[in-house]
Design a protein around this ligand. Structure first.
Ligand SMILES: *Cc1c(COP(=O)(O)O)cnc(C)c1O
Length: 486
């Protein structure tokens, strides 16, 4: 299996070659040259598989340059009940992503798929835990090391640190805005005592952190010498790992391949829902993929109008579903590439337009850049938007009707999913975080604290390990060099 760039000008690469990198050299994102297909017979055979073995079957279609026995060892290590143990009462941790039917009414079904039972209580663990094992495996083979440098406002940083802690050949340098994350998220990250994890609290806002990461990624000499890598949401292996739970969700909600399901996905960078698109391109009988956004509705606007208009950072709202507060969706280019029938030249032109003019228009209206919007329906995409009041109302309502507390991002998903329930087609909402992570809003909605999984009771009082630094690129580069010794 070879991987090509969405901008059409990079040499094809293997899975292992793109694993540790980020963007393709032409500025595009990597995708497989063709999507591997899943036959009906395979789907039948996969119905009974444990999650780790299903992950192997999917992964081996993409990672064709890694021996199957090694992939099997990696998926077995990653998807175990003791890693995904933060289940609710009545859920079976061994299922890894158990389904919970919230409602069956007039032939419609509303289902929650729990993706947040991993160590950091957000769905990012599903892919990041696999990435940690894949990185360690690949680095050991090459006798190489990697220094991951990233910026986080919460979920990504903690998922990366819990996936990479204690891994040989890997260090993590994670910038976060000093005193701007929730107490729970801060405690999750800063209480890690592993010597390969470095938390840097920057006296500034998230954009200051992000700018420094970008500056380093443009500094080729420093990046090469310090062996800097990233684990952001454009990483291809993360997308592949996410394809697995769409297939698991489909198989768990159906009994035959004649049936279809739909998914609603709380979306920000389009990474999660992009994996759903790929599952469908591989032949999984998915009816609709519904992108749910919060007040930052770049994606909802596109799926309603065909106009993609990125926001400036000053126009980005700080919301109570903060992991969806994005101004542009970094994985969106992968979908656009397919929508434009894989025409790399046009994708390159459109995304240069994003840089120059802040967007593009595929509505087909006079003066637009194309008319592919009419094909969106054929691809089965729908969207909707949820704002703070909807979020509070949905959290209350799901608690009152079904006795389940959901987090703020999942609430955006449930709110939008309810607009698209269809008889005969189960609607699965991906649960992207557990409510304990966003307790302030649970308090506001329900007037009480969210329940905490066992082991998290006193997390805020654990000793914390971090360094506070000014938003000064030179100082931060020196800090990294001092710790890597390179
Ligand atoms: C990252 C995240 C999202 C958004 O996922 P994308 O892949 O960026 O679309 C939604 N909810 C939670 C809780 C997250 O951490």
């Amino acid at each position: 299996m070879q991987y090509v760039s969405t901008r059409g000008q990079a040499a094809p690469q293997s899975f292992s070659e793109i694993l540790l990198g980020g963007l393709a050299p032409d500025g595009g994102l990597y995708l497989p040259a063709q999507y591997p297909q899943i036959s009906g017979a395979e789907l039948d055979a996969w119905r009974k598989l444990p999650y780790a073995d299903l992950a192997l079957q999917v992964l081996k279609k993409f990672a064709t340059d890694i021996p199957e026995a090694d992939l099997h060892a990696l998926t077995r290590k990653t998807y175990t009940a003791d890693v995904y143990r933060n289940v609710r009462a009545g859920e079976d941790a061994a299922q890894i992503t158990p389904l919970r039917v919230l409602e069956e009414k007039n032939g419609t079904e509303l289902i929650l798929q729990a993706l947040s039972n991993g160590p950091t209580l957000a769905f990012k663990d599903m892919a990041m835990q696999l990435l940690g094992h894949l990185f360690e495996y690949t680095l050991a083979k090459q006798d190489a090391e990697l220094n991951i440098f990233g910026a986080t406002s919460g979920d990504t940083g903690s998922a990366a640190e819990y996936a990479m802690r204690g891994k040989k050949g890997i260090r993590v340098f994670m910038l976060s805005p000093h005193k701007k994350m929730s107490a729970f998220q801060t405690a999750q990250m800063f209480s890690l005592q592993d010597p390969n994890i470095f938390n840097i609290a920057v006296e500034g806002v998230f954009d200051d952190c992000q700018d420094m990461v970008k500056a380093v990624s443009n500094d080729l000499e420093y990046k090469t010498r310090q062996k800097i890598g990233t684990v952001n949401s454009i990483n291809w292996a993360r997308v592949v790992a996410q394809v697995v739970y769409y297939i698991r969700g489909y198989l768990s909600a159906t009994t035959s391949n004649e049936q279809k399901v739909s998914f609603t996905v709380p979306s920000g960078n389009f990474g999660n829902i992009c994996a759903g698109h790929i599952a469908r391109m591989m032949g999984v009988p998915i009816d609709k993929l519904v992108a749910a956004t919060n007040e930052n509705d770049v994606l909802d606007e596109f799926f309603r109008t065909g106009v993609y208009r990125v926001r400036k950072s000053a126009e980005t709202y700080h919301t109570t579903s903060p992991s969806m507060d994005i101004s542009k969706a970094s994985n969106f280019e992968r979908f656009i590439y397919d929508l434009l029938d894989r025409d790399g030249d046009r994708v390159r032109a459109l995304f240069s337009k994003v840089e120059a003019d802040g967007g593009f228009d595929l509505s087909g209206n006079p003066g637009s850049d194309g008319d592919e919007f009419k094909k969106i329906v054929q691809y089965g995409f729908l969207s909707g938007k949820s704002i703070h009041q909807d979020r509070l109302q949905t959290i209350r309502d799901v608690q009152a009707q079904y006795g389940v507390t959901i987090d703020t991002h999942t609430a955006d998903g449930v709110k939008v999913a309810r607009e698209y329930l269809t008889p005969g087609i189960p609607m699965i909402v991906l649960e992207t975080a557990l409510p304990a992570k966003f307790n302030e809003t649970i308090q506001e909605a329900l007037g009480r604290d969210a329940e905490r999984p066992a082991g998290f009771e006193n997390i805020e009082s654990l000793p914390q390990r971090f360094d506070v630094m000014a938003p000064d690129l030179a100082q931060i580069k020196t800090y990294i060099a001092r710790h890597t010794g390179l």
